[in-house]
Design a protein. Structure first.
Length: 356
């Protein structure tokens, strides 16, 4: 990407601190008790499940982030998507632009210099789980028309489509298994959330962070919270992800663990559980001499889902803290803001908070 133009420099309040704490405290959860059966929850030793649920609930409440090991997702699939991703991003810009996203083809490649968020330093390739993915055609709340999102697949690497789709299948399976544990940690039946993902709008993003000549001036990805239900993140051996610790607001670095996935609670879970668990801010630091790859899977509900606190988790003492909002319209608004300046600020869940 070359030298940093002044327009890319972070505003002072967004610049990363030079001192960062290593996040040794972020929980690492061993999911091996679930490896004995595909119908793992019901066929696993109850005491082992109880401990696993306790750990997941504690991690969601105290951190909003945790890592999982012995999760059952094949290491070979992770290695293949990393290898194919590196081949794709190593191509010249003209080749990558052949599958560049736009307001009609919202999936595909883009480089952040050409988006409104000029303070991020990365290249991206997005692809959706369901093809087509059904989504509202308009952000107008009264417009009921539905459109379809399709993926764009490049000619090279030729194995990209098959590799990515295989990986996505494993991520979906892991994410839904984690949603069962989260449900149980909230005192709900294991499959309480599954119905929301019948016609999911989930997707996977490949992030490529090139070496940056001045990593103290810009971020790979600015501080943000994830808007969906759950994020399952894989990364290579180059560190960069930082999480804002809930206890004191300090930024802490997440050390990459071999064959681990980093899990974080998204805004949708925060609303469903009425703030029992919170979505947490995170960002990505850059390296001066090493490129970094990461590939998050974003678990999103169906477009027709009205996101609101669950009745089972609210009562007179704990009334709903959010008004319902339609996920499809929310997602369409977020996507539309990637391509044009809207009349309103980027929509967030705090716009739906009830002032009780």
């Amino acid at each position: 990407m070359g030298e940093i133009d002044p327009a890319f420099v972070q505003a002072p309040e967004h610049r990363p601190k030079l001192s960062v704490i290593e996040a040794e405290g972020i929980p690492v959860i061993d999911m091996s008790p679930l490896l004995s059966s595909d119908d793992a929850i019901s066929n696993t030793d109850p005491s082992a499940i109880e401990e696993l649920v306790r750990q997941v609930g504690s991690a969601c409440k105290e951190w909003g982030f945790f890592q999982v090991i012995n999760h059952g997702a094949p290491l070979e699939s992770k290695q293949r998507i990393e290898s194919v991703g590196k081949k794709f991003f190593a191509q010249n810009l003209e080749e990558k632009k052949k599958v560049r996203r736009d307001i009609v083809k919202v999936m595909g490649y883009y480089e952040t210099e050409h988006t409104k968020n000029v303070r991020d330093w990365k290249e991206v390739f997005d692809f959706t789980m369901e093809e087509p993915t059904l989504i509202p055609a308009s952000i107008d709340p009264d417009d009921k028309e539905i459109t379809e999102w399709y993926n764009q697949w490049p000619e090279f690497p030729p194995e990209m489509r098959e590799t990515f789709q295989e990986y996505a299948h494993h991520m979906e399976k892991l994410a839904l298994k984690l949603m069962e544990l989260i449900a149980m940690s909230l005192g709900l039946p294991p499959k309480q959330f599954h119905g929301f993902f019948k016609d999911q709008t989930s997707w996977i993003r490949l992030n490529y962070y090139p070496p940056c000549p001045n990593p103290d001036l810009v971020l790979g990805c600015g501080r943000h919270k994830d808007s969906g239900a759950l994020t399952v993140l894989a990364q290579d051996e180059v560190p960069g992800l930082e999480v804002r610790r809930k206890s004191d607001g300090e930024w802490v670095l997440v050390k990459p663990l071999p064959d681990a996935y980093i899990i974080n609670v998204g805004d949708v879970i925060q609303v469903w559980c009425n703030d029992a668990y919170e979505s947490v801010e995170h960002r990505v630091m850059l390296s001066a001499d090493k490129a970094r790859l990461s590939y998050p899977f974003f678990l999103f509900p169906a477009h027709y889902t009205n996101v609101q606190p669950l009745e089972e988790l609210t009562d007179e003492q704990n009334p709903p803290k959010y008004r319902p909002y339609n996920w499809g319209k929310f997602l369409a608004t977020r996507k539309r803001s990637n391509f044009m300046k809207l009349d309103v600020e980027n929509i967030q869940i705090h716009h739906f908070r009830i002032n009780n």
